[in-house]
Design a protein around this ligand. Structure first.
Ligand SMILES: [Fe+2]
Length: 274
């Protein structure tokens, strides 16, 4: 089973290049040699939660050839998202928080929004719902996805917008080793960290990947790099592996055809013994 994670499109009525970048991310998914089973989109769909921005976002997303599941970011309007993208039936009422039961890897989307704040929150209600879901299926491999990562980055600006309730989430996940990954967004960076018995990964943005200068923690100084997405691949044999993909058109190349190696420079039948 393959799940592509996209994050933080920030569709912005002032900057059409954000929409163009998101369209390229959708095309990236649609032109994979085998379509993934699903896309998860970890929030900040639009910059201002304006109706015209959501309309554009929905149109661009409409081109996607696979089912998509989203959770809100701090820039989103929860009510608007709930109306535009009704969640699956196993859900917490009044939140964009739900379980996707259609696949061998169980996907659970958490709503970390704290309206009016850049930071996120998992309060008792949302954590209790998650605990009930995890308790009912302790044997099912599970991926959690959410906007705010439950980590401290060391960057003051980002840590000022972090996730309230992450200690309680950590305690809960210590009881549930079936959670194989926590997949988040928000940072527009590629970060991997240990959390409880599992691993947190943050997905870069569909517009750019930010490389932070961690030596200047009080500022936010970054290199702007090409956008990326994550490919979460699960099989019973391998468990869950997460690959990072740059969102940039490139031809597919057979390096090993099952019998012989072909390097990039001599693609046609050149034998490359190993
Ligand atoms: Fe965010």
């Amino acid at each position: 089973m393959q799940v592509i994670q996209l994050s933080d499109p920030h569709i912005d009525h002032r900057f059409p290049q954000k929409a163009a970048a998101f369209a390229r991310a959708v095309a990236h998914v649609n032109t994979m040699p085998v379509l993934p089973d699903a896309v998860i989109l970890t929030g900040d769909c639009t910059e201002h939660a304006r109706a015209d921005e959501y309309a554009l976002f929905r149109d661009l997303l409409g081109a996607l050839r696979v089912p998509v599941f989203l959770v809100p970011g701090n820039h989103d309007d929860r009510a608007a998202l709930l109306e535009l993208f009704p969640p699956p039936p196993t859900r917490l009422p009044d939140f964009m928080q739900y379980a996707v039961e259609d696949f061998p890897l169980r996907l659970i989307g958490l709503d970390t929004q704290r309206p009016g704040h850049g930071g996120g929150q998992l309060d008792r209600e949302r954590l209790d719902w998650l605990e009930a879901r995890l308790r009912e299926a302790p044997e099912r491999p599970t991926l959690l996805f959410m906007h705010h990562p439950p980590v401290r980055t060391g960057l003051d600006v980002m840590d000022g917008m972090d996730l309230r309730g992450r200690e309680a989430l950590c305690d809960l996940l210590l009881e549930h080793p079936q959670v194989l990954r926590v997949a988040a967004g928000h940072l527009h960076m590629n970060l991997t960290a240990r959390f409880a018995h599992t691993t947190v990964m943050t997905c870069p943005g569909t517009d750019a990947t930010l490389n932070p200068d961690l030596n200047r923690a009080a500022q936010l100084v970054v290199q702007r790099q090409p956008p990326m997405c994550l490919l979460h691949h699960w099989t019973p044999e391998t468990g869950l592996n997460t690959f990072t993909q740059v969102i940039e058109p490139a031809p597919w190349h057979t390096l090993f055809d099952g019998q012989a190696w072909h390097d990039f420079e001599r693609p046609n039948g050149a034998h490359h013994p190993h």
